[in-house]
Design a protein around this ligand. Structure first.
Ligand SMILES: O=c1ccn([C@@H]2O[C@H](COP(=O)(O)O)[C@@H](O)[C@H]2O)c(=O)[nH]1
Length: 305
């Protein structure tokens, strides 16, 4: 099997797209007409929830697959429905994988190394169960938090090497308060620059045949200055770039995030795609999401090609 970065590059070339659809769906944002279609009074609230959450997201994936290289599942939006949400997440992950999409678990997980190993087992590795090892989720990549340092990242990096998976470490986030901690200056460098240097170290032995590392960074589209700097520090890593659209990040600024080959980024858009029916064709969410993903893909391609 190819390294994660090589699989990602192949998929980008096939799709001519670096767009990732973010699956961040909440029930209250699903159009009424769709809920009415699948809601059965004879069924429990939980059964209705599971059906509707799966069916809506499945259709979004079908609608956008032509325009996206992958999907990013935001853990929070499934966790809020407890294990019922995770059951749906599992089905959606399989569904997207069967369509040969790159699937990313955006859980921003981490802890001390023994606990980090549990997270890594769950999402990109395998979990020992009696005499067997079970691969519960088959995500291609996971997002992680660097705050606990190298020993907390190591279990993920080892599983990336073993199972040919990818890791995106939070380096500079898109939210308005990201500067509170990430911009603190330590010995003449901003903290996010130091984290980016660590990501380089952690990823330098996981390089695929195309020369890209499987260990990348999350860098918000709202942070073009940081994007430029992080790109210098991480010349051969993929940057997962969320924050275009609703959060104010501009597609034009993606030119600061790409590498010298105009490559090395994947760009997430969640609400602008999954709730596109609010801005496009209210009565047809699938068509709306298709149009939104096509427009975003084309506007990104116009900037980076
Ligand atoms: O810095 C970060 C890291 C992660 N995210 C996640 O990306 C999506 C963005 O959603 P939009 O609707 O396109 O704004 C969401 O899942 C965040 O948790 C981020 O936005 N910024």
């Amino acid at each position: 099997m190819l390294n994660f970065s090589d699989r990602l590059i192949d998929a980008i070339k096939k799709k001519n797209s670096v767009l990732i659809a973010g699956i961040d769906t909440t029930i209250e944002n699903i159009p009424d007409y769709f809920i009415k279609r699948f809601y059965y009074n004879e069924k429990s609230e939980i059964d209705n929830l599971k059906t509707i959450l799966f069916e809506y997201n499945r259709r979004i994936i079908d609608a956008v697959e032509e325009n996206v290289v992958g999907v990013k599942f935001q853990a929070a939006f499934f966790e809020q429905y407890s294990y019922h949400g995770f059951e749906v997440l599992h089905k959606l992950c399989e569904y997207a994988k069967n369509k040969k999409l790159i699937v990313i678990f955006d859980g921003k997980r981490n802890d001390i190394s023994s606990s980090a190993k549990g997270y890594s087992n769950a999402y990109i590795g395998e979990t020992p169960v009696f005499n067997k090892k079970i691969r519960f989720f088959e995500f291609d990549a996971i997002t992680t938090n660097p705050y606990l340092g190298q020993d907390s990242i190591k279990p993920f990096v080892e599983d990336c090497e073993r199972f040919k998976k990818g890791l995106f470490v939070l380096v500079k986030t898109s939210n308005p308060s990201s500067a509170d901690i990430q911009d603190i200056v330590v010995e003449d460098k901003k903290l996010y620059e130091i984290v980016a240097e660590k990501v380089y170290e952690w990823g330098k032995n996981c390089v695929g045949k195309e020369g890209y590392s499987d260990i990348g960074a999350v860098v918000g589209a709202t942070q073009p200055e940081a994007g430029k700097r992080i790109r210098q520090i991480l010349p051969n890593s993929f940057l997962l770039v969320p924050g275009i659209g609703v959060q104010g990040g501009k597609v034009e600024d993606l030119k600061y995030f790409v590498d010298s080959n105009n490559m090395g980024i994947i760009v997430n858009s969640s609400r602008d795609i999954i709730y596109a029916y609010k801005n496009y064709v209210n009565s047809d969410f699938e068509k709306s999401s298709y149009l939104a993903s096509k427009n975003i893909k084309e506007s990104i391609n116009a900037v980076i090609s």
